[in-house]
Structures are given as structure tokens and as C-alpha cells.
Ligand binder design. Structure first.
Ligand code: GRF
Length: 218
């Protein structure tokens, strides 16, 4: 059973999705610690309700990013964490954390990387006028949202979408693919070769989608 360390900053709905999957017995892992840089993060309350150990490491604690990450590494190692999960964590992590957990840090991003990396990605997607967006779970490397992609989910973008309606549609998919990615890791089915992550015995997703719907050819 793998032991997760979850880093949070906000509401914690991805943390909650992981907790729910474990509670339902469909994800064979446990959460050793939840760490937040934000003392007011509701994600901490979600952890406390499950008696999961929590730690607050405030942004103000260290002036150097690397020192901040050394503190995180210490806490994660103290809790024997096997896999680090960034779940709405709003800090850029450094080589200190990445080197301590090589290809053992995952992040979720609310867009189809490499499209729309960075922040305000739903706004960027709407302004660009794409017809699909979605969510990406990837391993974290030293770039911003550049690590090897593990799993993606796609959602249609509608003409009357706002940032909020698109974000909510994407978030529902985040809550499906993040536990799935962790499960694949826990089962030892992820293999990283350079940029590519291959999945042993994966079920092929069939079919295709067009938005708007293609009515000419059936
Ligand atoms: C999510 O949209 C996630 O993609 C981004 O942070 C947002 C909030 O996540 N990284 P959560 O509700 O705190 O898990």
C-alpha cells in the first residue's frame, strides 16, 4: 500500500476525491500527511475530518524557495511518503523537492497540456476559442506544467461557457483522473521513458468526439 503526501493550498476538492476513492476501497493507498502553505485552506479541514496528520508550512517561513522545499522534504520523509501529490498547491516547487522524489511527484492541471500552462487557464481557453479543453495529470519536473503526461480527460467548451462553468466541468474530470493516475502508480503500471508514460495492460479508450457535433456524416 503506497503512502501519499498531499500538498494543498485551497479548497481541497482533489484531496477529497482521493479520500473518497480510498474510503470506497477502489484506491489502495493511504495519506500519511497533508501539508498546506495556507493556514486557512479548507483542504486542511477535510484532512482533519479524516484524522489525517496535517502540517502548515507558511509561505512566510523561509525567504529561500529551496529552504522551504527542504522543510517539505523533511516532513514528507518523516511520514515515509512514497508519492507526493500536488492538489491545488499554489507554490512552484524547486529541484530540492524534485530530486528528493524523482518521478514520484504528480500534479493536476486544468487544461490539456501542453496547451494553456500556467494560471487562469480556463480564461485562456475561452479567449483562444478552443472547442475542447480538459485536465492533465503529469509527473512534475523542473519546468512549469511540463512533466511527462500520465492521463488526460477532455471536455467540450460551449459558446455560452464562462470561466466558472468551464472550470466546474473540468474539475469533475479532475476528480476522476487523479485517483485513477494514483491507482495506476500504486499498481506499478506506469513506465516512464523520456517524455512518454506508458501504461501496462491499459484499456484503450475508443471513439472520437467533435464539438460542435458533426451532423453531415453519420
Ligand atoms: C483545480 O482546478 C486544480 O486543477 C488546480 O487547483 C484547483 C483547485 O483544486 N491545480 P482543489 O479544489 O483545491 O483540489
Amino acid at each position: 500500500m503506497i503512502n501519499l503526501g498531499v500538498l494543498v493550498s485551497g479548497n481541497g476538492t482533489n484531496l477529497q476525491a482521493i479520500i473518497d476513492a480510498m474510503e470506497r476501497g477502489i484506491l489502495d493507498s493511504k495519506i500519511g500527511v497533508v501539508i498546506s502553505n495556507n493556514p486557512g485552506a479548507f483542504a486542511i479541514e477535510r484532512a482533519r475530518r479524516q484524522n489525517i496528520p496535517t502540517e502548515i508550512v507558511s509561505n512566510k517561513t523561509f525567504t529561500e524557495k529551496e529552504d522551504y522545499d527542504r522543510r517539505l522534504v523533511g516532513i514528507l520523509k518523516d511520514h515515509s511518503v512514497d508519492l507526493v501529490i500536488l492538489a491545488g498547491f499554489m507554490r512552484i516547487i524547486t529541484h530540492v523537492l524534485i530530486n528528493a522524489f524523482p518521478m514520484r511527484i504528480m500534479n493536476i492541471h486544468p487544461a490539456l497540456l501542453p496547451a494553456f500552462s500556467g494560471l487562469n487557464v480556463q480564461k485562456k481557453a475561452l479567449e483562444y476559442g478552443v472547442k475542447f479543453s480538459g485536465a492533465t495529470v503529469h509527473f512534475v519536473d523542473e519546468g512549469i506544467d511540463t512533466g511527462p503526461v500520465i492521463i488526460q480527460a477532455v471536455v467540450p467548451v460551449y459558446d455560452d461557457d464562462t470561466e466558472e462553468t468551464l472550470a466546474a466541468r473540468i474539475l469533475r474530470e479532475e476528480h476522476r483522473i487523479y485517483p485513477q493516475a494514483i491507482k495506476l502508480f500504486a499498481e506499478g503500471r506506469l513506465e516512464v521513458k523520456g517524455r512518454r508514460v506508458t501504461i501496462k495492460d491499459s484499456h484503450r479508450t475508443e471513439g472520437s468526439m467533435a464539438n460542435p457535433e458533426v451532423t453531415i456524416f453519420k
